[in-house]
Design a binder for this molecule. Structure first.
Ligand code: HEM
Ligand code: MTE
Length: 467
């Protein structure tokens, strides 16, 4: 038998488009799967996510590949093996503050590497009702702290008359364990559509700065009650501080009204589990706040301190960011004190399939997406148009039933529709309605704001139709 061709990871990586052919690796073996792309039962676009790199992180998400016949298919395409120094991923040591950040899933579309900000690609985002942990969107402002579970302590500080607590993880496990499915959305989700209209300051998020998980932990109201809190001051706030900090020692912080924190029905959690696992480092290990129905920015990760204060958090991210303004306000005229901090988010929906610019078959088209509203408001309907909003059809809603006033998680939706005969292109649009009959605005212009937050106009996708 001939000895196998030896390739480096760099060489494999250079084969990631149909022009250069599609190579992937499994273990130390290298495969050229170009001929299989169009035959893939999961679709070509999913296979392409792994082009030029390892299959393992993708196959870990889809157990269907754990079968002998899948290995046999792959074996036909073997072209060689990885060089010995390339078998183990290299480790690098530097004084870079981000050097200790965790390893991320290669499917994530990275908007910024340091700090790490990334979203799942649309074709994976709505593949599962519960987003798998490795592809849950990540929004970090700072390096990820590396915290030891044994020495971790959460400081709960109250006003005079209340007890201060220092809680270990074991102490937190003693509170009743509460579990709830919650969708987290960043205020900057779909910002790139605002940027297309007029420049804004912020990361270029597409429609994937949103994900859903089953969170478990102690209810914040139970922990505050243990410290002796009652809902006396209806104007008070609960401030959170993360253990991530910048070189000057300033930590990430945010706050929510005390009334929400103390309301057992609001189900605010100090979460230590995400989809049955300890929190991944990127998502706040060992403890984060989960505030159902509220903008992601308040779900403070790597939680170090909880305090009840007469005023909102003085954090930059509470007072100088994550606020909405009129389209007329620019960076010369903005007065951050004039607008309230974003808490509950407006009704939102987006199309994840097909993708903008894609070509679809004539006959029938399948359109998929998500819909969600803040404050526990349920989604009552998603309308879809194939002609830019002239005529509409109602999509089918999938995923968990929503509880009235506690609809914390998204609905996924789907519409199968005939492609009108003779159409060469489709202007697909979606819009959702929540149970307060709030609707999405039809365009970006009236809601454009200098920070590019609260971007929830009708979502539009333009596709061509093959004749
Ligand atoms: C399904 C092979 C890469 C996602 C399948 C099936 C095969 C297959 C044979 C059908 C399994 C069955 O039902 O028994 C392969 C091979 C790959 C590859 C040989 C690499 C060259 C990927 C990647 C992803 C992916 C990178 C994800 C990002 C899926 C999904 C299904 C599937 C979601 C299920 C489709 C459905 O049942 O609707 N794949 N796959 N595959 N694959 Fe892959
Ligand atoms: N908490 C800390 N400590 N540091 C952060 O940078 N980012 C916030 C919030 N909590 C952040 C944080 C923002 S803006 C969002 S949208 C969510 O975390 C994102 O949570 P995720 O990365 O788990 O998706």
């Amino acid at each position: 038998e001939k000895s196998p061709h030896i390739y480096t990871r760099e060489e494999v990586k250079s084969h990631s488009s149909l022009e250069t052919r599609i190579w992937v690796t499994l273990g130390c073996e290298v495969f050229d799967v170009t001929e299989f792309v169009d035959l893939h039962p999961g679709g070509p676009s999913k296979l392409m996510l792994a082009a030029g790199g390892p299959l393992e992180p993708f196959w870990a998400l889809y157990a269907v590949h754990d079968q002998a016949h899948v290995r046999e298919i792959l074996a036909q395409y073997k072209v060689g093996e990885l060089s010995s120094e390339d078998k183990a991923p290299s480790t690098l040591k530097t004084s870079d503050p981000y050097a200790d950040d965790p390893v991320r899933h290669p499917a994530l579309k990275v908007n910024s590497q340091r700090p790490f900000n990334a979203e799942p690609p649309p074709e994976l985002l709505t593949e599962n009702y519960i987003t798998p942990n490795p592809i849950f969107f990540t929004r970090n402002h700072l390096p990820v702290p590396n915290l030891e579970p044994e020495t971790y302590r959460l400081h709960v500080v109250g006003p005079p008359g209340c007890q201060s607590l220092s809680l270990s993880l074991d102490d937190l496990y003693q509170f009743p364990k509460h579990e709830v499915t919650v969708t987290l959305q960043c205020a900057g989700n779909r910002r790139s559509e605002m940027t297309q209209f007029k420049e804004v300051k912020g990361l270029e998020w597409n429609a994937g700065a949103i994900s859903t998980a089953r969170w478990a932990g102690a209810r914040l109201c139970d922990v505050l009650a243990k410290a002796g809190h009652q809902l006396r001051e209806t104007e008070a706030h609960v401030c959170f501080e993360g253990l991530d900090s910048d070189p000057t020692g300033t930590a990430y912080g945010a706050s929510i009204p005390l009334a929400r924190a103390m309301d057992p029905e609001a189900e605010v959690l100090l979460a230590y589990e995400m989809n049955g696992q300890p929190l991944p480092r990127d998502h706040g290990f060992p403890v984060r706040v989960v505030v159902p129905g509220v903008v992601g920015a308040r779900h403070v990760k790597w939680l170090g301190k909880v305090s009840v204060e007469p005023e909102e958090s003085y954090s930059h991210w509470q007072r100088r960011d994550y606020k909405g303004f009129s389209p007329s306000v620019d960076w010369d005229t903005v007065d951050f004190d004039s607008a309230p901090s974003i808490q509950e988010l407006p009704v939102q929906s987006a199309i994840t399939e097909p993708k903008d610019g894609e070509t679809v078959q004539s006959g029938e088209v399948t359109i998929k997406g998500y819909a969600w509203s803040g404050g526990g408001r349920a989604i009552v309907r998603v309308d879809v148009s194939l002609d830019g909003g002239l005529t509409w059809q109602v999509a089918e809603l999938n995923g968990e039933e929503q509880r009235p006033r506690k609809a914390w998680a998204w609905r996924l939706w789907q519409l199968q529709a005939p492609v009108p005969a003779g159409k060469k292109e489709l202007n697909i649009v979606c819009k959702a309605v929540d149970d307060s009959y709030n609707v999405q605005p039809d365009s970006v212009a009236p809601i454009w704001n200098l920070r590019g937050v609260l971007s929830n106009a009708w979502h539009r996708v333009h596709v061509r139709v093959t004749p």
